[in-house]
Design a protein around this ligand. Sequence first.
Ligand code: ADP
Ligand code: MG
Length: 252
Amino acid sequence: MPVIEIRDLHKAYGNLEVIKGVSLAAHRGKVISLIGSSGSGKSTILRCCNLLEDSQQGDVIFKGEKVKWKGEGLGRHPADRDQMIRIRTNLSMVFQQFNLWSHMTILQNVMEAPLTVLKRDRAEVEAAARKYLDKVGIGDKCDVYPAQLSGGQQQRAAIARALCMEPTALLFDEPTSALDPELQQEVVKVIKALAEEHRTMIIVTHDMRLAADVSDHVVFLHQGRIEEEGPPAELFGNPKTERLQGFLSATV
Ligand code: ADP
Ligand code: MG
């Protein structure tokens, strides 16, 4: 049973349909990468997976549990708030712009959601937060504020924060795009280490080398549809559609 699955998902903003019938399944311990041009719908799919966005049609299924919807079409929303929160907290998201709270120390940032959303025990959360900050290589930065860190360090703090929720899967939306090239590698290294631990991940990335190195399955999106998908060796080694061939020759 997949951890998270979407089936024939459609999503529109007003009259603009941006996701036109996408299905994908993230299996436990596997890494999926979503690639495609800007505007192809990558972020929207990720946000639909953890119900940050409503969709107009299609199913979102978390560990076999279908999201219940109320309303129809553009007015469709998750019907069950507990279910929505359960799914969101099990699918931790890492954003391009880190989204750390600037008024909190790094340790406080990592501890915040497990304390307030999950109501976990403070001492346990602090121990876990320190463990994950160590894991991403910034265990010595617990007491500083985000502005005192480099972009790469901030993104690693954001990854520690996602891990501290003990999520079933991690969703990354262009985690290295806001970073200078020399800082991208420190984040890539952390993501590779997570892949080696067989964490379930969906990664939206423009970094084709990262997608090739860590993915079990790569999905190429074009204008809200899956144009081509498969194992990375196949997709990057032998792209079949002209669109993917064109995309790869423009990006690599
Ligand atoms: P990607 O992440 O692949 O760059 P997005 O999922 O962000 O693509 O966007 C897909 C399409 O949806 C784009 O045409 C974008 O302009 C549009 N879009 C995204 N978010 C919104 C929004 N909040 N309101 C209106 N249009 C949006
Ligand atoms: Mg995007």
